[in-house]
Design a binder for this molecule. Structure first.
Ligand SMILES: [Zn+2]
Length: 284
């Protein structure tokens, strides 16, 4: 799923491409992902994009009348920036055509912002001007942005200690910090040399310090890589820089021990059995 670094970079790309431009056409190909009280074309045609906001696991397109499209890409939602005459893919849910670069430019320069979703699990909410986001599942109750934490190490530790959660659940809950999914939870815990099933209460000060540092450092590095590697047309997730996620059987980049895959509830997780020793009573 797109996580904090992906959405942070996407926000910038979408704003650069489309902010200030006007929607000239709206095509809905798969309404399943839409949560809207009226047709999308009626709400958006003729509107200019005022801003793009990243909030945790969501991207928000804000239009000039304060209509908002709040997008939670879930597992597999992807964005494309393509020339308007590009063939629509089977998984494309909707396409917004923006006017050509430089208002009044030639029509052939018009580009689409498209959203596609292979698993169709993503959600796209139309929020009318003046309406609240309180009804959107998981939106208002998110913690601070994982990649821009306002806490120093002490404050991070203090807040973490108010929960009894396992570390992986804590990172992914969204209400502690916002925007971390399976991939970066694994990466952050590997960087911090902590097992995902450790509970916060079992961590000493040094370990909590490492966790705090690993959140910031892992996400900052990821933003750099994604910014460099994400193509102009978007349409993909950059995962080349991951050190542990998906690397079962490969040597740990730090100690050479073979990386293992294990279960965490319904999810898979990846750990180095040497760098990330399991809590007592747990095999791996
Ligand atoms: Zn290791």
């Amino acid at each position: 799923m797109p996580e904090w670094p992906d959405l942070h970079v996407l926000r910038g790309r979408l704003a650069t491409a489309f902010a200030g431009k006007r929607v000239t056409a709206v095509r809905v190909h798969d309404p399943l992902v839409l949560r809207a009280t009226r047709p999308l074309p009626e709400a958006l045609r003729g509107r200019a994009l005022a801003d793009v906001v990243h909030r945790g696991r969501f991207l928000v397109l804000v239009f000039d009348d304060n209509t908002r499209l709040v997008i939670n890409p879930m597992l597999s939602g992807l964005f494309d920036i393509v020339p308007t005459d590009t063939k629509i893919r089977a998984t494309t849910a909707f396409a917004l055509t923006f006017d050509a670069i430089g208002l009044g430019g030639p029509l052939k320069d018009a580009r689409d912002l498209r959203y596609r979703d292979e698993t169709r699990m993503g959600k796209v909410y139309l929020v009318e001007p003046g309406a609240s986001t309180a009804e959107l599942p998981g939106f208002d109750r998110q913690g601070p942005e994982a990649g821009a934490l306002p806490w120093n190490a002490d404050e991070f530790a203090r807040r973490a200690r108010t929960t009894r959660r396992e570390l992986r659940n804590l990172l992914m809950s969204g209400d502690f910090v916002a925007g971390i999914g399976n991939a970066y939870a694994d990466e952050i815990l590997w960087a911090a040399k902590l097992h995902p099933k450790r509970r916060v209460a079992t961590l000493d000060e040094g370990e909590l310090d490492r966790l705090h540092g690993a959140v910031g450092a892992t996400l900052a590095r990821a933003v750099e890589v994604v910014e460099n590697e994400l193509p102009a047309e978007l349409g993909t997730k950059i995962r080349t820089h991951l050190k542990i996620r998906g690397k079962v059987g490969e040597p740990c980049a730090r100690c050479g021990t073979k990386i293992v895959r294990t279960r965490h509830g319904l999810d898979e997780m990846f750990v180095c059995p040497k760098c990330q020793p399991p809590p007592k009573g747990q095999l791996r």
